[in-house]
Design a protein around this ligand. Structure first.
Ligand SMILES: [Zn+2]
Length: 121
């Protein structure tokens, strides 16, 4: 089964905030894909706090949150990049199992994931 995160980058043009809105699946196996996105976001506007919003994720693993938190802290210590905080939902969600695996011939059901979208708020 395909577990992938999607990232929407929201940048406030008055330099008030940079939000990374994460949807889809954030698991131990794929959370590393978010590291460069977070690192890049923290360089967009110096000294602005980057918020990594995981509250909209359909599938969120506790260990993934911890790994992400550690990576963000490490990055901050290492390169002195701007502050970042993680928003975690009160209850970790897990989407229901997909009833059938996506059929490569019919295309199955795929959610669009991939490159972050840059959107000015
Ligand atoms: Zn998932």
């Amino acid at each position: 089964m395909d577990h992938k995160p999607s990232v929407l980058v929201q940048v406030d043009l008055h330099a008030q905030y940079v939000h990374l809105v994460i949807t889809g699946c954030v698991t131990e196996a794929n959370q590393h894909a978010l590291h460069p996105v977070v690192a890049r976001a923290r360089t967009l506007i110096p000294s602005v706090t980057v918020t990594v919003d995981l509250t909209g994720a359909a599938h969120l693993e506790a260990v993934a949150v911890e790994l992400l938190r550690a990576a963000i802290h490490h990055e901050h210590t290492l390169s002195g990049s701007g502050p970042a905080e993680i928003l975690v939902p009160a209850v970790l969600s897990h989407h229901p199992p997909v009833p059938h695996h996506a059929n490569p011939l019919t295309g199955g059901t795929r959610t669009r994931t991939g490159s972050p979208v840059l959107r000015a708020a």
